[in-house]
Design a protein around this ligand. Sequence first.
Ligand SMILES: Cc1cc2nc3c(=O)[nH]c(=O)nc-3n(C[C@H](O)[C@H](O)[C@H](O)COP(=O)(O)OP(=O)(O)OC[C@H]3O[C@@H](n4cnc5c(N)ncnc54)[C@H](O)[C@@H]3O)c2cc1C
Length: 450
Amino acid sequence: MNAQPGTTQGRAVVLGGSIAGLFAARVLSESYAEVLVVDRDRLTGVKEPRRGVPQGRHVHGLLSRGQQILEGLFPGLTDELAEDGAARGDVGHDVRWYMNGERLRPNRSGLVALTSRRPFLERHVRERVLALPAVTFLEECDILRLQASPDRGRVTGVWVLRQAPGSTEELLEADLIVDTTGRGSRTPAWLEELGYPRVEEAKHRIGLGYTTRHYRIGPDFYGDDMAVNYVASPSLPRGLIVSKVDGDRSVVTAYGILGDQPPTDHEGFLAFVESLDVPGVHAALLAAEPLDELVAYRFPANLRRHYERLPRFPEGLLVMGDAVCSFNPSYAQGMTVSALSALALRDHLTESGGLPDPLGYFKRLAADAIDGPWAMSIGGDLAFPGVEGERTPEILAGHAHLARVQAAAVHDEEVSEALTRVIGLVDGPDALLAPALMAALDRHDGRAGR
Ligand SMILES: Cc1cc2nc3c(=O)[nH]c(=O)nc-3n(C[C@H](O)[C@H](O)[C@H](O)COP(=O)(O)OP(=O)(O)OC[C@H]3O[C@@H](n4cnc5c(N)ncnc54)[C@H](O)[C@@H]3O)c2cc1C
């Protein structure tokens, strides 16, 4: 049943039908005749947050690189989302960015900002994936465990249990299984049960707390803009995002680190927002109509599973998305890393002639999709004094340089645009060291009298 290069044989089973699972299914549909996506939740037609994705109630920004990949995988999706109610604009110009308490200079980045509620985005992607002839969904079905070959060298299927009353366990045979069940993925335990070494996990504690509510906010607040992103900084380690979503609604997410959870009562939440002193926001929320209850989410730590470091791994199994790496959500990297991972999967399937080599895939995944965003996320967190972790000279130099870039970006459009591109994962951080950028920083230092 093995899939052959350029042919459409075999069956791939994707465990989990959230963002990473949908991206995986899209790419696998190019190489496999049949792609089956299994999830415990009902998926088709679902418009609201679902149990399997509790983070779906909170703000979900799509970084520019993610938007570009999404449009590449699903041509026309950007227009479709905007026509159905997502707000669209220029990330550098139409989003009010604040860093270290100061507003960055708006810039015409040419990069598309697209804001919507997370379930809205997921639904649109899901509908595109469902329309692919090779793809079918098995919904309301619990994933139980893997089935391996007698020598345990290959994963040959997965045992599942439909939630319909009277169902019994069934084996779904597969040429390839891709685990995208999120941070709670059981692959580490399954591997051990099959006699493989435990995957090395890196955890960096951040103690992040999110609190979110949707509002109807008067149109005057936004003017021509679509969102406000007040980024937490070492001098004030609290952040706030206010964003137009799905027509006339706004999502408001406030966050704090190291246990500084924004309150879930109306007065407490507004007091937290007021403490940030973001122009116009507190007043706008006082006058706004709340559309739902305040909801909290706790994100204890960044988590990375280093599958690429394992000496052995069974054939027929890959892992993708939050199941490999879950990042401090305030940097909004998760969905974009899933999109980058889909491209890594596609490249691996091409280079392996349609016969995936898991360790080769994991090495590519680390290099092409995860190493860069992970370094940015961990490096960013270590700028906060209370966050534990080793601050190497390289990391400290990075902090000093970034502070200089951010200060210049308040006044200088060229610097602000470069920063917008790096935050959006369109350019790597090295772009902030380019000669023209360094010259702009020197000019700014001179103007600032430093
Ligand atoms: C509070 C918060 C805010 C975030 N904000 C952003 C943001 O602004 N921008 C961004 O890009 N990313 C953000 N993220 C990250 C983003 O949510 C994830 O990266 C993204 O959803 C991809 O995750 P995934 O598909 O790998 O897993 P998940 O989204 O966790 O989905 C896992 C899926 O697997 C299914 N599943 C799990 N176990 C089983 C089982 N045993 N049987 C059957 N089904 C199962 C679940 O039902 C679910 O559908 C945020 C995360 C959090 C926690």
